[in-house]
Design a protein. Structure first.
Length: 549
């Protein structure tokens, strides 16, 4: 079978004579366990090769290759490598290649970047004495590195300006993206002033203010810790009133939103920033000017990694985080081992919202709160799904109704944010069962006032357990969920902090045991090694961690 190289450059930048590169490279159709990798600069005149070793980054998501083979490519990643060109190569014109060796098999190929956007990360540059001009021939990366006088370096700068101008005009004006085009000029006029303000920019989803970002924004504002901090949200959202009283609100999607994203010192989000906080114009501007991205990114999380993996979206090569917080040493060790982070990249602080976790339950409320499924993308898919059929069957269970009535209990059903998009209004099922939607009550409020949680793979189980309240894990689609949604997490089923079942009758029996205050059942959540408890101090710890990085 033919072997060949697979390469995916995920980090690439040139600043002065400093080149940074990181990504994935492996030999297809060969087990790559223990592979050796290096970056080669090949002088196009003399053939002399200057080599930089690359350190392997384990990427478990590549373990099964393309899933049509049995080859292990999990050693296919390599960490971000920083190269000072003047310390490595003499003046000359170089091709840039990647080489991988597995046993006796060696494959070497030029770095290929066919996307013009990626090529913009390596614009012509100057150092104290040199001009550095990356260029591409049929997508293959080359670098011209030469000592130059003042006139030569000025010419390189003009080449860079011309390249920027061509992109700004051709990619934006011709496509009628006028807002992005105007932002080029607004940025140039305001960059120095706005960067000098050292702005902290907070956000969650465009329409939410109820998770760790909101809690940290509230903490910072109420304690007057940061002069120039702002919260980005759609002012039409149901959550707007919760954050409006704190002030410094920026309407999502405005010029100000994009401009502050471009110039802030720190951007802070509990969700994936790229999906939930970035505007279309911000993305377009950075396609042309990746060097304008100078802020530090902080990920506050919106849950605990344990029940399922997060599809490696948080791999260090992809995120660019300056810091993210975790909930235990167990979780930190997991990210260092599997996601490429170093010790200083991660702080064990617990979640900011945990400061508000004060049990307000009076023993009469059951919260049914499942997470979403990637394969449910429409109303029809939801209606036809096993997910909906299972939960409607549970909600209509006559034995469950008898328990609720006999023990004077109430059940609240709160589906995940993404599931609610496809739910029509539902008829009343039982007087003691209430269906709540986003905007009617916050997730945190539901957790505080509830006494028993029935969930599946949702990380809200950790919040509930923080308050030492019992959890039932109803995992009827365990295999499908971990095949099609997220991979199984580092906490196996037999090490969870509550009842685990795939069976509806077992869920109802768990509710009965809760209603009868069964001692073994009630104490199951009190010893949870996966959360770091520091009541009332989590926000302070997060704030101090941000300041330190």
């Amino acid at each position: 079978m033919k072997v060949f190289m697979i390469q995916s450059i995920q980090v690439l930048s040139l600043s002065g004579e400093t080149l940074k590169i990181g990504g994935v490279v492996y030999i297809a159709n060969v087990d790559n366990t223990g592979s050796i990798k290096h970056l080669d600069f090949v002088n196009r005149s003399t053939g002399q090769i200057y080599t930089v070793p690359l350190v392997t980054s384990v990427k478990p998501e590549l373990a099964e290759g393309d899933h049509d083979s049995h080859y292990d490519y999990s050693d296919g990643g390599f960490f971000i490598t920083t190269i000072e060109l003047s310390k490595l190569i003499p003046d000359g014109d170089y091709g840039v290649s990647l080489t991988v060796q597995v046993g006796d098999v060696v494959v070497s190929e030029p770095i290929r970047l066919f996307e013009y956007t990626w090529q913009l990360h390596t614009k012509p540059s100057v150092s104290g004495t040199h001009s550095i001009i990356p260029y591409y021939v049929k997508g293959e990366m080359r670098i011209r590195f030469r000592q130059a006088g003042k006139l030569g370096r000025t010419g390189t700068i003009l080449r860079r300006v011309l390249r920027n101008g061509i992109f700004e005009t051709a990619m934006l004006v011709n496509r009628r993206q006028w807002k992005a085009y105007l932002l080029f000029h607004l940025y140039r006029l305001n960059e120095k002033r706005l960067r000098g303000k050292q702005i902290w920019l907070f956000g969650e989803r465009a329409d939410t203010a109820q998770d760790n970002s909101f809690q940290m924004y509230k903490y910072v504002r109420e304690n007057q810790l940061v002069e120039n901090c702002y919260y980005v949200i759609d002012k039409k959202s149901a959550d707007y009133r919760r954050v409006a009283e704190l002030g410094n609100i920026i309407q999502f999607g405005t010029f100000k939103h994009t401009l502050y994203l471009l110039t802030c010192a720190k951007s802070i989000n509990a969700y994936a920033e790229r999906i939930n906080m970035h505007t279309r114009e911000y993305v377009q501007v950075l396609k042309c000017h990746p060097e304008w991205l100078q802020n530090h990114k902080y990920y506050l999380r919106h849950g605990v990694t344990g029940l399922s993996r997060i599809d490696y979206a948080l791999n260090k090569l992809r995120t660019g985080f300056s810091l993210f917080v975790v909930s235990s040493q167990f979780e930190k060790d997991h990210y260092i081992a599997e996601y490429g982070y170093d010790d200083q990249d991660i702080a064990v602080t617990g979640l900011a919202r945990w400061d508000q976790l004060i049990n307000k339950g009076i023993g009469d409320t059951i919260l049914l709160m499942p997470t979403w499924r990637r394969w449910i993308r429409s109303k029809q898919q939801l209606s036809d799904s096993e997910f909906m059929q299972r939960y409607m069957s549970l909600l209509r269970n006559a034995t469950l109704h008898d328990i609720l009535e006999t023990h004077d209990l109430n059940l609240v059903f709160y589906p995940h944010y993404h599931i609610q998009q496809f739910m029509d209004d539902m008829p009343e099922i039982h007087p003691r069962i209430q269906i709540i939607r986003q905007g009617q009550e916050t997730v945190q409020s539901l957790l505080l006032r509830s006494d028993l949680l029935v969930t599946d793979y949702s990380s809200v189980a950790f919040d509930f357990s923080y308050m030492q309240k019992p959890v039932i894990f109803y995992q009827f689609d365990y295999d499908k969920f971990h095949d099609e949604h997220n991979k199984p997490g580092p906490i196996s089923q037999n090490k969870l902090f509550g009842e685990v079942t795939r069976d509806e009758d077992a869920v109802v029996d768990g509710v009965r045991r809760f209603a009868n205050k069964d001692g073994a059942f009630m104490s199951a959540a009190k010893d949870n090694p996966y959360i770091f408890r520091a009541p009332g101090q989590h926000r302070r710890l997060v704030y101090e961690a941000i300041l330190a990085r």
